[in-house]
Design a protein around this ligand. Sequence first.
Ligand code: GLN
Length: 242
Amino acid sequence: MSDSSLRLVWVYPDLLSTYGDQGNALVVERRAQQRRVPVTRVDVRSDQPIPTSGDIYLLGGGEDRPQRLAAERLRRDGGVNRAVANGAIVFSVCAGYQILGHEFVNDLGRPEPGLGLLDVVSTRGEGERCVGDVLADIDPRLGLPPLTGFENHQGVTHLGPSARPFAQVRVGRGNGTGDGTEGAFNDTVFGTYMHGPVMARNPHIADLLIKLALDVNALPPVDDQWYDALREERIAAAVQPA
Ligand code: GLN
C-alpha cells in the first residue's frame, strides 16, 4: 500500500452477488472505519476493468451462467491475477471460490478454466445439492473462532497440494468431497462456500483481511455484541436444525 488507507474492491456485483454476499464488503468497510482506517470501496461491474492497485478483493457467489460469464471476463481482464502478484488479498465465496481455482464445470457441463490463484479444481457433485447451515473449525494457524455460514452449491471442490483447507466442518458439507474440508487458502487468497453473509457471521475474518492488508498483528477491539448474538443463533441452528 502506498499510504495508510485501505482500498477494497468488490468484484462484479452484477454477476457475483447472490445470498447477500455484498454484505462482506459492507462488513470489511465498517470494521476498517471503526478502527479509523480510511477505506475506499470500489464496486467494479463486469464491463469495467479490474483495478490492480487494490488491497483487498472480494468475490461473491453466483448462479451457474453468471459464474461462467464472470470467469470469462476475469480471465480476459487479468486484473485480479496482477493484483495478487502485487501482494493483494482475495476473499471469495462459492462461485467466486470456484473461479479462483484451476477449473470448474460450467453451466454447459464443460470444464471452464479459472484464474489458477488457488490450487483447487471443482466438479459438479453427483449427489444432492449441499444446502444448509454449517459449523466448522478454521485452520488454527489463522487464529479465528469457529466458522458459521450457510451453504448452497452443487459444486464439489478438490484441493491440490498447495491449497490448505480453510476449515474442517463439524456440521455441513463444505467442499463436498466427504473429507470434511471446507474452503481453501494459500498465503493471501481465500475461498469458502459460506454465505451468510459470512463476514456478518464471522467478523474476525474481515479483521484478518484488514490486518493482512495493513501488515499489523492486531487491531483495536470493537463492540461485537450484534455479531455475537447472530453467531450464537446460527451456531445453535446448525447444531440442532429446526
Ligand atoms: N453454481 C455454483 C454451484 O452450484 C455456485 C453456486 C453459488 O455460488 N451459490 O456449485
